[in-house]
Structure formats: structure tokens, C-alpha cells
Design a protein around this ligand. Sequence first.
Ligand code: SAM
Length: 290
Amino acid sequence: MKEPTLGNPQHTIEVLQKYNFSFQKKFGQNFLIDAHVLDKIISSAEITKDDFVLEIGPGIGTMTQYLACAAGKVVAVEIDQSLIPILEDTLSAYDNVRIINEDVLKVDIAKLVQEENGGKPIKVVANLPYYITTPIIMGLFESHVPIQSITVMVQKEVADRMQVGPGTKDYGALSLAVQYYSKPYIVANVPANCFMPRPKVGSAVIRLERYDEAPVAVTDEKMMFKVIRASFNQRRKTLANGLNNSSELDFTKEEIQLAIEKLGKGASIRGEALTLDEFAALTNILLAEA
Ligand code: SAM
């Protein structure tokens, strides 16, 4: 298969000029122009010819070319219509790529995986549009799309939030959700000069390896996430107040106090001090009481 031609400033500029393309800020368009970073993403995603890869936001097709060389099949979802003729051009040498012109948040990915890969687990690889990182990742996990791993470029600060545990300022609902569904691992930090145009924030590649089985036992997953959201909504308040004030939960003050006591914590404990294990246990206690 044809070696990638994109992944450097010169060829990227040539393509942009040929099509008179103007960047759209609202779509979070920062295109990769560094072959080392592209190689690193492909190698850490461990793509083989047996793999079906979903790419979110192919841009002008830079990473898509690398993915097409490594994978069996690539489906790439791009929202910006003006990129479609460019993609048809830059990907014309690859017969294992399908482009879908759509907002990824509106695509039924479980159905797509069923149709294109017989429902077998896929790999997601992307240089994500940063303005919708969290909804994309949470959407993939919560809709139980069969996924083996997600290897994505995200804002450095968001990668940190996905990885940390209790006792740090970055710890929150995103950390717990990501760590409930997957094992996160930061693969590389990527400086702004690897993109065109340069983003104002630092970036990092993170790999999320989906668990076959959740690392904690909880009787009602959805309820646990309601408890987690309620605990972090009011970060400066105690866990008891957070749970009490939540519009998503209807446990009584007494039930909440008793559950926190049964968990072995003091009344002044804050949500940000609890581990994923403890959130699961707290949810199980609350559900058993109610
Ligand atoms: N993959 C390319 C690269 O690395 O050079 C482009 C990455 S750029 C950070 C993000 C891409 O996602 C852009 O092409 C943008 O148009 C696209 N995008 C933004 N919002 C999207 C959405 N809701 N659905 C699908 N694609 C989207």
C-alpha cells in the first residue's frame, strides 16, 4: 500500500492551498504535521491488519493515511463538508477507507460497528477536536460500543485528569468514569509546534485500554455515576451535602449520613477523597438501605 505522503508542513500547506481551505476554529481544527508523532500514535495503538479502526475527525487525511497502511479497515467520521473533496483526493490510493460526513456525536457507532465489523471490538484512534473530548469518550464508553482501546490526542490537562487518583486537584468525575471503563496510560506529551495551526494548550496522547470486566462491583452503574456527579458538583462542600443537594438523587439526609458512616468515613469527608472502590461501595450501601 502507498506510503503516507502527509505528515509534514510542506505537503500540508500544498494541500491546503490547492483547495483554498480555511481553518474553522469552531471545529477545533489543528492538523498534525509531525511524522514522529504520527508513528508514535500508530505504534502505541498497536494497529494490525486484523483491526477495524474508527477515526474521529480525519481533517485532510494525514493520520488516516497512516491508519490505512497499518489497519485492515478504517472508517473516518468528519463533520466539515469542505474537507470531503480533500479527503477523496488524499486518500484515493487507499481502498480500505470509508469517509462519513457527519457529526460524530450523532452517529450510531454501535450500529456502525455491527454493520462494518460484525459487532467485533474495534480500536478508536484520533486527534480529537478538543471542544468535545469528554462527550466523545463518555459516549463511546456509556453506549457500550464494543471497543478494545481508544488512543487519542487530547489537551494535556484532560489527559492528566483521566489518569489521576484522589487527593489531587485534577481528580473528578472524568477520572472516575475513564478508570471504571478502562486502564489509562499517557503515551507522549506533544508540543504545539507539531500542529498547524498551533493550539494554545499543551497536548498529550493517551491510550485507554477497555476492561473486559469492570474493576469494581456495583449493583447499579448509572446510580454510581449519579453519586459521583453529585459529589463533584459542589467540590467545596462535604460529600453528605453534595449528595443531599443533588436533583438527580432522592436519598434522605439520614440515609446519606448512615451510608457514609457504614463506609467507615467521618461526616466531614469530601467526595474528592473517595476512590473508585469507595464510590462503588457507597452506592451499594445506599441502594441496600433505600
Ligand atoms: N486528524 C486530523 C489531523 O490529525 O491532522 C485533524 C484533527 S483536528 C484536531 C480535529 C478534526 O475533527 C477536524 O478535522 C474537525 O473538522 C473534526 N471535527 C470537529 N468536530 C467534529 C464532530 N463533531 N464530528 C466529527 N468531526 C469533527
